[in-house]
Design a protein. Structure first.
Length: 259
């Protein structure tokens, strides 16, 4: 099943500032969560993945359990602002589906509520970098959760040529400085021949990204610090359109980018 948006809901790469790496910008706290016109179709695909291969798309190391529960509580508090009905027993989503959040499975619960994937990163005492300790990852773009879990930031990005030691140091400083009241965001731009939203790939394996791919995929990535645990949440909201759905201006900029 091909799941696409009618149009890209965000495109910061249209400006020079959004094209520069890492391209991170401040975000209003009220906007850190997001839904778009592909909500129903994407949530159905997430439910399928969680039912069939939950062990591949959900992982939580013991040290991240409290942070995962804190993240679920934070999301539940913010959902009414997106049109969700939240009671003590269940959540009614904008598409009418009712979900009963399970505090014992906070990441699984998040996977049934929002389109975004959520990664939890924590910095061990005396460590130099944040480490990926938990995630709900239904829509990976050419990576696998099992290979990244427990890894520090620089090692996670080993296959990314532009993510060298200098870039890694910049990103780590940014992680260290994130304040709970000030989330940050960026959006990338990817081009695929395969429209599947679930696209796991082993490290250094050939990718399905192609310069002539007709599916334009963009991830709205948000960084948020949880105040109680101090963990950093990295949320990934994936939108995808067919090339024909781009505006003429977006096509012109895309032609100039190395995507």
């Amino acid at each position: 099943m091909v799941i696409v948006n009618a149009a890209l809901p965000y495109a910061p790469w249209m400006t020079p500032a959004g094209q520069r790496l890492p391209g991170v910008m401040p975000l209003d706290m009220a906007e850190w969560l997001f839904i778009d016109d592909a909500y129903g179709a994407q949530m159905a695909e997430r439910a399928r993945l969680l039912a069939e291969i939950s062990q591949r798309v959900v992982a939580c190391q013991p040290q991240a359990a409290a942070a995962a529960r804190e993240l679920l509580a934070r999301v539940l508090a913010d959902l009414p602002g997106l049109g969700f009905e939240v009671t003590q027993s269940y959540v009614t989503r904008p598409d009418g589906v009712q979900v009963q959040p399970d505090p014992a499975r906070p990441l699984w619960s998040l996977g049934h509520l929002l389109q975004a994937d959520f990664c939890i990163l924590q910095k061990p005492q005396d460590a130099a970098e944040h480490v990926l300790t938990a995630a709900i990852l239904c829509f990976p773009s050419s990576w696998t959760l099992s290979e990244k879990l427990g890894r520090p930031l620089l090692r996670i990005h080993a296959p990314v040529d532009s993510y060298d030691a200098q870039m890694g140091a910049r990103v780590q400083r940014m992680f260290d400085r994130i304040r709970p009241e000030q989330p940050l965001w960026r959006a990338n731009l990817l081009r695929y021949a395969n429209p599947d939203l679930y696209q796991p790939r082993r490290e250094f394996a050939p990718k399905d990204k192609r310069h002539d791919g007709v599916y334009i995929r963009s991830e709205r990535q948000v960084l948020l610090r949880l105040p109680q645990s101090g963990a950093v949440v990295f949320s990934i909201h994936t939108a995808q359109v067919h090339y024909d759905a781009l505006t003429p201006e977006q096509r012109a900029v895309l032609a100039q980018l190395s995507v």
